[in-house]
Write a protein that binds this ligand. Sequence first.
Ligand SMILES: Cc1ncc(COP(=O)(O)O)c(C=O)c1O
Length: 475
Amino acid sequence: MFEHNQTFHSTPARPGAARIGPRRPQLASASRTVCLLLLRTLSHKINNLVLLVKWIFENQHKLQTVRWCSSSLRYKELEESAQTLEHVAAPVAAAAPDVKPRPYRAPETSFKHDDLQVTLAAPYQLQRKPDAPDLGFGKYFTDHMLKIQYQKQLGGWQKPEITPFEPLSIHPAAKALHYAIQLFEGLKAYRGVDDKIRLFRPDLNMRRMNLAAERSGLPMFDGDELIKCIKRLIQIDQEWVPHSETSTLYIRPTLIGTEATFGIMAPESALLFVILSPVSAYYKASDDGAVSIYADPSVVRAFPGGVGNRKVGSNYGPTIDATARAAQMGHHQVLWLFGPNHELTEVGAMNIFMVYINEHGEKQLSTPPLNGLILPGVTRQSILELASEWDDLTVKEEVITMDRVIELNRSGRLLEMFGSGTAVVISPISRMGFIDQEIYIPTMKQTRPVFQRIKDTLLAIQYGHIDHPYSHVVS
Ligand SMILES: Cc1ncc(COP(=O)(O)O)c(C=O)c1O
């Protein structure tokens, strides 16, 4: 036993204080042994604890409960999730997608044409205008562009600006670059016989843009305001509208999500821009002036519940390989089929039409109905509206299958097939490849083909030969 006041450490002697006597050796060695034992046990325990912590740390991915318990707050979550897990219902079959058109949601706020600011290009920034035969499609661009920024934090749409044409500076993390949160449009400005410049039903393009914006979480806007801004842009670059009835000025409005974050959600910033390109014919045709198309049932362009009916970039990239394969086989375009019955949906980037003699002996113009897989083309809608006024033609939206095309062709009742779109107006089709069959369609053999009558009517409206409510005069 230690004596009271005895300590392991010698304390400095205070003057006059009694000296503490020498420690007894047996007592000191016993206490050292006890201490060593204690230390060894403690260090063993610490070692084990360290090993345990290390093991837990390395294996926490296997021990959900350990992770959940790492914070006392997580206990509640764990209990709740355990309850939810017990009640998870067995998976049910997905409901059939709703392909009915959804009601159009009007934009809450929009930019205004009245706020438009214009900065004109300096003389040295002006581009040389190519000759009409060299134009191609989308190779040259005019001197100015329209830009409208959207910044949610600044209250939404900012003032529209027309600036000299210039490259965009974009953050590498912008959502448009990763998740294709973007959309685009295509319409044209035509220089009429009276030298007036006209747009063709731009209101329908605006409507389609807003529907695509809604689907992709991009901001919507007032289409009339954008039309006014586009008209101003065209007025500024009006000398770029070709003085020709075989060339036009193609207008490409584009809306991209610019917010630089990786989250897949509606972007808080976006850019709407419009660029202009003088263009000539879009598709090359065969010697007879018609195109040849290839139907490959193993690829689809769109599917129910998808975005085949919206003009979004993600619909177009994945068509390139199929189009290249069709080209290797000597065809100009892909005929996009869908479903076990090989329903015709679209051809290339066009809507598809067929003319045939129906069961009542009448000449009928048919196109597949808008079922969600098909882009609601402005040209398509105009053809249906115009042709339904003609007494000698029955006009119908109906499902068209490959079997039906083959059967009508075999019985001599199939007269014409053609594609329609802003870029081409009308593109007659004279040959189809389908699996191992070659189908020749007598489109170019008709004496007064329907496709030509439709094309002439549309061009007459677009180039101002006839006054029509579809035309919007720019200047
Ligand atoms: C897939 C697709 N279908 C059809 C069309 C034709 O539409 P529009 O007549 O509006 O040019 C286009 C062109 O925009 C298209 O890209």
